[in-house]
Ligand binder design. Structure first.
Ligand SMILES: [Ca+2]
Ligand SMILES: [Ca+2]
Length: 629
């Protein structure tokens, strides 16, 4: 963290609120998991449960994520910490970072595996846990080798020791060359070790190797090379790299290795795919490399260097998810955080990871984390202010590509440090969202917030790593024509990116098409769409929004769309046909069209279907006419 220089009081004019009416930058997630409109008192017998949303990153600071779903109903997660093996435990994937955690192993003082402890993986084999990791003992990364730990019982939290008869748990083939990122393939009752290594003793190219195992801590045969960097997308960075092999099996039992290619410090780090035909993974001829990467950067969405992943099922077992790390920003190199998204399967049985979603995209939580399928309402209007444009004292304004507006306020480190926002919004009650970042691991972190010079209240923060922006929220009443919100130093240290004010009495609600129930329609990324995603709707597509309305009445339904031809879609609500909406040819730009709909109190359904041409739908917004009159 930086806490050196500071600026004098910067006299700012009254800030003009940035009114975000369903704007792409409208990150209105006030918490990590949001839910739909509040439950109402409808006596409807329909299911009123809600779909949870979450926002990446799930781990604010970290790389080489590994997660496993255990029979006890918990996920166990680990990633590279460098100096030990730490395990997190959580009922949900989106909640891993806040889960219970424990350092389950630390190296002995002079052990050959005490430095550069990288990419641990946990495998449950024959009733015990085995943790594989790479390390060296001489602060010399050329000595990196693979090691294994064994649990004494079946508790993932240990205790652990090196398996008897091993040399500090080292697991190697006879060549004993440089080795990292080891993983285990179980196939037809046999075990195989798969890892990334050097052919010789010089670091020119990391290749993928496989060897048979006689038990979880012993390699029982020569290594066989499965892949080396050779295609253009594998060759970015020097030395050239294939690493992070991960086993993936489809429903039919076919085996894939998904691996990371190109330099892990580059924007071009990406995932490649090897497919096994037959059942002999030791035969290199049985593996086919896909000629294109299967997951890669998306600069339009600000995603760089996505790679080194693991795979896991949703809590209810119905969905496949990929966890991966990515650079925090363009060129941030090894400054990374951990993200996740759902993936699908192609008709040929290969995995379809799609493209990495924006870090600002709210995604439906894994199936089973939340209870149901109502489309969550997002506020239609929020007011956003950048901290770097506020009045500040004894702080430092710093460029930061991960922050909105490209700047953050840091060094809020002194008794007289503050960031003060002058806000002019309609009088009323608001949720104040503070976008903060803190890397003060192990400390209680907070800021003090005062509104209109009243006594300040403490706003506590969750430590998630520097330059990963999180939301903390607080209720505020803004009763003046101009209101002053001052944020000053609290406990320990944190930085601020921006604040948002969300009216409590929201009259416009937004529902993203990508969160609706879709038939014959695809979700796609789009940097200009709200939530950075849209739905590609075809003639036979159906987009069904289920949501809860607090009041019966006539509503204006606005639809944000993009089209390359004039067309229409049929709008139906609970009560039947509402009418057709017409879409004009927007030449790919986003526009609104609207129609009046009658809604009842409680659960409602709105369906867009029977298109006359393809059209892209971003979201719908509902405004109660009775409220706005
Ligand atoms: Ca900012
Ligand atoms: Ca959208």
């Amino acid at each position: 963290m930086s806490r050196k220089k500071f600026s004098k009081i910067k006299i700012g004019a009254l800030l003009i609120p940035l009114v975000l009416a369903a704007h792409p930058n409208d990150s209105t997630a006030s918490t990590k998991t949001t839910t739909a409109l509040k439950e109402n008192n409808s006596s409807s017998s329909e299911n009123k449960r809600t779909l949870g949303l979450f926002e990446n990153p799930i781990i604010g600071n970290g790389a080489d994520p590994w997660v496993v779903k255990h029979t006890d109903g918990y996920y166990y997660y680990t990633n590279t910490t460098g100096g030990n093996v730490t395990i997190w435990k959580s009922k949900t994937l989106s909640g891993i970072e806040k889960g219970e955690n424990k350092v389950v192993w630390q190296p002995a003082a002079n052990a050959p595996n005490r430095n550069d402890i990288w990419a641990p993986e946990m495998h449950f084999i024959n009733g015990k846990w085995y943790i594989y990791f790479a390390a060296n003992g001489v602060a010399n990364n050329a000595k990196q080798r693979m090691y294994v730990l064994e649990s004494e019982g079946s508790d993932p939290f240990g205790p652990y020791h090196h398996p008897e008869g091993t040399n500090y748990g080292q697991i190697t083939d006879p060549s004993n060359k440089w080795a990292i990122d080891g993983t285990v393939l179980e196939l037809e009752g046999k075990l195989y070790f798969v890892w990334s290594g050097w052919e010789g003793d010089v670091n020119v190219s990391q290749r993928l190797y496989i060897a048979p195992m006689s038990n979880p801590w012993t390699i029982s045969g020569e290594r066989v090379e499965l892949s080396r960097p050779e295609l253009p997308w594998e060759l970015n960075g020097t030395p050239t790299i294939n690493e992070g092999p991960q086993i993936l099996k489809n429903k039919q039992g076919q085996v894939f290795i998904v691996y990371s290619a190109s330099g892990s410090w580059t924007n071009d780090y990406c995932l490649g795919l090897l497919s096994l035909s037959g059942t002999d993974p030791l035969n290199p001829e049985a593996w086919t490399k896909k000629q294109e990467p299967v997951f890669q950067k998306d600069p339009a969405l600000g995603v760089y260097g996505p790679g080194h992943n693991s795979f896991v099922k949703s809590p209810d077992g119905t969905e496949d998810w990929i966890l991966y790390h990515a650079a925090k920003w363009d060129g941030s190199g090894w400054d990374r955080n951990v993200r996740m998204q759902k993936f699908e399967w192609n008709k040929d049985g290969t995995p379809n990871f799609g493209s990495p979603v924006s870090i600002h995209t709210l995604q439906p939580a894994p199936s089973g984390e939340a209870d149901g399928k109502l489309v969550p309402a997002l506020p239609g209007i929020t007011y956003k202010y950048e901290a770097e444009q506020a009045i500040v004292n004894h702080v430092r304004i710093v460029n930061n590509p991960a922050a909105s507006g490209g700047k953050k306020v840091g060094a809020i480190d002194f008794a007289d440090s503050f960031v003060e926002f002058n806000v002019q919004v309609p009088k009323g009650d608001y949720t104040l969202n503070v976008q903060y970042g803190s890397g003060m691991t192990g400390q209680n972190v907070s800021h003090n917030v005062s509104v209109n010079r009243s006594a300040s209240k403490e706003l506590t923060y969750f430590v998630s790593g520097w330059d990963t922006w999180r939301n903390a929220e607080m209720d505020v009443s803004l009763t003046h024509d101009q209101n002053v919100i001052r944020i000053s130093k609290g406990k320990s240290f944190a930085e601020i990116d921006s604040i948002e004010l969300v009216p409590k009495e929201t009259t416009v609600f937004r529902y993203e098409a990508e969160h609706a129930n879709l038939k014959k329609a695809e979700i796609a990324s789009d940097a200009l769409a709200a939530n950075y995603q849209k739905v590609e709707s075809k003639k036979d597509s159906k987009i069904n929004f289920s949501f809860s309305a607090a009041k019966a009445g006539t509503y204006e339904l606005k639809i944000r769309y993009s089209a390359n031809a004039d067309s229409s879609q049929r709008v139906t609500t609970n009560s039947g046909l509402a009418g057709d909406v017409n879409y004009s040819n927007t030449n790919g730009d986003w526009q609104y069209t609207s129609i009046q709909v009658e809604l009842k109190e409680g659960i409602n359904h709105i369906t867009l279907a029977k298109g006359t041409e393809a059209v892209e739908i971003d979201h719908i917004a509902l405004t109660s006419n009775s409220l706005s009159d």
